[in-house]
Design a protein around this ligand. Sequence first.
Ligand code: ZN
Ligand code: ZN
Length: 187
Amino acid sequence: MPSPDEQADNLPLLLHATHDEPIYRLEAILHDIIKHSPEGRKIASEWLLGAKSEAKYKPVVPSSTTPGASALPIKHESISEPKGKEPISPRIENCIYCLEDFDVTQNSETSCRYHVEHDIVDAEFFQEEIAAGIDVDNDDHRLAWPDKFYYPCCGRDLIDEQCQIGWHKAADPGDRPRKRFTRTEVI
Ligand SMILES: [Zn+2]
Ligand SMILES: [Zn+2]
């Protein structure tokens, strides 16, 4: 059985090992720590849990808005509820559009940038490689020729700005396992 001292010696090794682990493994490890270690739960709470009123999401435009009035700025009324009583919610969510993790307290109308479709290779530019059977649809080629891959949604390449800009959106809790969930499905 390893003594506590031996475990402490593992620390640099353990920290280094986290670099090579895929996200889903780290997530599973984190869940394990939260479940089994009160100290771990405390640390995780400090990182992950924030007051609900800090969360920023796209303001809902009233349905009665007349056509043409949508250009008007939307006023954000600050909620002046006393601190300490607010329900706790996760600070970090995963965005269903850009698929990145985001801080719900830092969300804004320009936070999320993404394309609607996946980039595809410029087959004309790489026709010799493709004819020779060389696989060009990989990260190395994207890095070397970022302007030779383009997004069908807008025709822009990897260097250009993403065509979609807006608020990050977290999946609804019930939708988490799948991106588009149809309510007609009976479990
Ligand atoms: Zn696009
Ligand atoms: Zn996003």
